[in-house]
Design a protein around this ligand. Structure first.
Ligand code: HEM
Length: 455
């Protein structure tokens, strides 16, 4: 088991680390971002070094684009581009590809491994997505707004109790992480009492999205994924025997047009993806959004004076501090993008966070402006058929969570520098110390008031 795991690491992350380090030494801006966590503290200047007139620049190991129009074109062209999926070995020397075949795939399923919908192309993608999409429609999400407001209120009560006399508290541990995991647990029908365990598994597993992991992180990722996988298999078995009124129960009992249901692998992949995506990203929206408002009192004042700006503010937060910084696609058949020929099998990396600061689309792109008229044109939720399934839910949660927080604690203030997560693809805070200040009574906090953001 350990030997196989070591071979898998050496042939993928290990080899990639060597290549990234070499390119970083040559001054490649993309490789520097991947290689050096301190660069990732503030990657935006580095992204600008990639912004040339050309549609793509040479990245650490693939072509990279930071342009909004190029990213959108690639993400929407499903004839020529597909998911990277399990084929993350392309470009590896044949000897490493052989080693990887011998080691075999990881026994547990990860959120971005096939058959996760995020890792496959149509027709499989269409089938998996259809089975869960209704639960995430704007209409379904609108029904969850009130309950989300209640959850926010309860967590803020706890926060007020935890920090009497204005002691510092960690906003991530106490609020930003707990709100989304509670909401998605209730939706899916997984026990809310286990939410801290889920957060621990989720945090341990999310580096699996990144490439070039150190050995110890890779080991910890495999362990966390294995535990999560085993738990989900047991849980789905229990639901099959005794289904409830929740999304996972609906999934285990659902059948396709031809009468067949999802296989065990497909079920676990779908459940784990929807669950993990449901909290590992929104936590970053809430923590990034809090940090942005703490750093921009003028914007905070605008929101206090005109709460109808909140939905737009959430999109502006997603634009300037995108929780998912990049994604990638594989060329399915030879094509040309803006005059650049791309061959079948090539990888293309799309830096969503940089596309969201493209001066061709966003005026004064590095400025955080909650009144920006086209904030919603960002690609933080991607584009095309893999456009985030949970976008309406995330927008609603972000708005309810932040509005409730700043409404209940008008004097909320930073209490020292936060610590960023070290992940490459996901950007957010591991911890964000704040002093809440004196709370406004809960009844006067408009946490769950309606707005258009869930549409
Ligand atoms: C601020 C929060 C969120 C952000 C920034 C975000 C971002 C993204 C992005 C960029 C993608 C597409 C990646 C690609 O094209 O390669 C995606 C896909 C997805 N997201 Fe989200 N997400 C968020 C919240 C959520 C939530 C709350 C859920 C709830 C279930 C969710 C579920 C999914 C799923 C299932 C997919 C795969 C869709 C598909 O492949 O068709 N996400 N998300």
């Amino acid at each position: 088991m350990t030997v196989r795991s070591a071979v898998r690491w050496a042939a993928t992350h290990g080899a990639m680390r060597v290549a990234i380090r070499a390119r970083a030494r040559q001054g490649n801006a993309d490789a520097e971002i991947l290689h050096d966590p301190s660069v990732r503290e503030d990657p935006y200047g580095h992204y600008e070094r990639l912004r040339t007139q050309e549609p793509f620049t040479g990245g650490a190991f693939a072509r990279v684009s930071v342009h909004h129009d190029v990213c959108t074109e690639v993400l929407r062209d499903h004839d020529h581009f597909g998911q990277i999926g399990g084929n993350r070995t392309e470009g590896l020397p044949p000897v490493l590809q052989r080693a990887l075949r011998l080691a075999g795939p990881r026994p547990s399923i990860g959120p971005i491994d096939p058959p996760s919908m995020l890792a496959v192309d149509p027709p499989e993608h269409t089938r998996y997505r259809r089975l869960v999409s209704r639960a995430f429609s704007a209409r379904a999400v609108a029904h969850l707004r009130e309950r989300t407001g209640q959850i926010a209120g309860e967590l803020l009560d706890d926060l007020a109790r935890a920090a009497p006399g204005d002691q510092p508290v960690d906003l991530v541990a106490r609020y930003a992480s707990l709100l989304p995991v509670t909401v998605i647990s209730e939706m899916l029908g997984v026990p809310v009492g286990m939410r801290r365990q889920f957060l621990a598994w989720g945090d341990g597993a999310t580096p699996s999205l990144d490439m070039g992991l150190p050995w110890t992180t890779h080991r910890s990722v495999e362990r966390n994924l294995a535990e999560l996988d085993a738990w989900f298999r047991g849980h789905l078995r229990r639901l099959r025997a005794d289904p409830g009124d929740d999304l996972l129960s609906a999934l285990v009992t659902s059948t396709d047009d031809d009468g067949s249901g999802l296989s065990e692998q497909e079920l676990v992949a779908t459940a784990a993806l929807v669950f993990g995506a449901g909290f590992e990203t929104t936590v970053n929206l809430v923590s990034n959004g809090t940090a942005l408002l703490l750093a921009h009192p003028d914007q905070r004042r605008l929101l206090a004076d005109d709460p109808s700006l909140w939905p737009n503010a959430v999109d502006e937060m997603l634009r300037v501090e995108s929780p998912v910084q990049r994604t990638g696609r594989r060329v399915k058949q030879d094509t040309t993008v803006r005059g650049v020929p791309l061959a079948e099998g090539d990888l293309v990396l799309l830096v969503l966070a940089a596309a969201n600061r493209d001066p061709q689309v966003f005026e004064d792109p590095h400025t955080f402006d909650v009144t920006r008229p086209n904030a919603r044109d960002h690609v933080a939720f991607s584009s095309g058929i893999h456009f985030c399934l949970g976008a309406a839910l995330a927008r609603m949660e972000g708005e309810v969570a932040l509005r409730a927080l700043f409404g209940r604690f008008p004097d909320l203030a930073p209490a020292g520098a936060g610590r960023r997560r070290s992940t490459i693809i996901l950007r957010g805070y591991e911890s964000l110390p704040v002093t809440p200040g004196r709370p406004v009574p809960a009844s006067s906090t408009p946490a769950a008031e309606g707005s258009s953001s869930s549409g």
